[in-house]
Unconditional design. Structure first.
Length: 295
């Protein structure tokens, strides 16, 4: 499977009573259909995955698969704390229509999550999975960076397709690309803030929260990099950094959902205990987009 391109990690729309709003999810997908994404990610960090019941997770995957053209890939988060639960959910995600399983690092007992433990976990998941597996390292949420030596060992597994790395360590990403050139292994940038730098070092694509809001410009950045138009790509990347920080590190999912509404998508509320932005925070968020020419 070729992962080259941009994947938005979809937000999960909730009603005012915090129920999953499948009609709004389909509505957002109709709008995304006109943007040349390589595919979509569901049930990642931006999908409020930890707050969804198992039944809801599968229903979200089924809903998105029905609405998504077959040529577009569907990556679904299936990482759980135990290896057994991860395998069971991964199999269920495949049955619901996912093309690829995105498996986050187990982290509750992070002190025990050595390279050896993580290699064992991912190997067992990949052995049992009916669909390819993409590793997912997101230390801002898990407090755990998937060690480089573990990534390099797992890259040799025939059913492990690549990694989504959200840590932002460009040196580490460059080493992953360099050290896995003999493997069929693809590195995906986990944020729009370092997308250009990742492409310059050989990354295949990006899973970027900002693509929920500025999908077309991110696909344009992807195209400029592939065509070697680096000056234009750099100018565009510069304008994306502040909005990206605002909807990720600064204000997180509540900020991302608020920004979506300014661009014609349904954002809506988050599930508690994630709280909405205050009025001053909304103004700061707006400023990050307007000063860079997006609003």
């Amino acid at each position: 499977l070729d992962l080259r391109g941009i994947f938005p990690p979809l937000t999960t729309p909730f009603s005012p009573t915090q129920e999953v709003d499948y009609a709004r999810l389909e509505e957002n997908m109709r709008r995304y259909a006109s943007i040349p994404f390589r595919g979509l990610v569901v049930l990642g960090s931006n999908g409020e995955y930890p707050y969804l019941a198992p039944r809801e997770r599968l229903e979200v995957v089924s809903c998105v698969r029905r609405a998504l053209p077959r040529e577009r890939l569907l990556l679904a988060g299936s990482g759980c704390e135990s290896t057994q639960a991860t395998i069971e959910l991964t199999v269920s995600m495949a049955e619901a229509g996912a093309d690829v399983a995105l498996v986050v690092t187990p982290c509750y007992y992070r002190g025990a999550m050595t390279s050896a433990a993580l290699v064992q976990h991912y190997t067992e998941v990949a052995d049992a999975s009916p669909i390819p597996v993409v590793l997912y390292s997101v230390p801002a949420n898990t407090g755990l960076d998937l060690p480089l030596e573990a990534v390099l060992a797992l890259a040799q597994h025939p059913n492990i397709l690549g990694i989504k790395d959200s840590g932002g360590d460009i040196t580490r990403m460059g080493l992953m690309v360099h050290k896995t050139q003999q493997e069929d292994f693809q590195v995906l940038a986990g944020s729009a803030g370092f997308l250009l730098a990742s492409y310059a070092l050989g990354a295949s694509g990006g899973v970027c929260a900002l693509a929920n809001v500025l999908g077309a410009p991110l696909c344009q950045l992807d195209r400029l990099c592939r065509e070697g138009r680096w000056q234009e790509a750099r100018d565009l990347q510069h304008r994306l950094i502040e909005p990206n920080v605002a909807v990720t590190r600064r204000f997180g999912i509540p900020g991302l959902k608020k920004a979506m509404e300014w661009f014609g998508y349904y954002g809506g509320p988050c599930r508690a205990p994630l709280a909405p932005l205050s009025a001053p925070q909304v103004e700061e968020l707006r400023g990050a987009f307007s000063t860079n020419g997006w609003l």
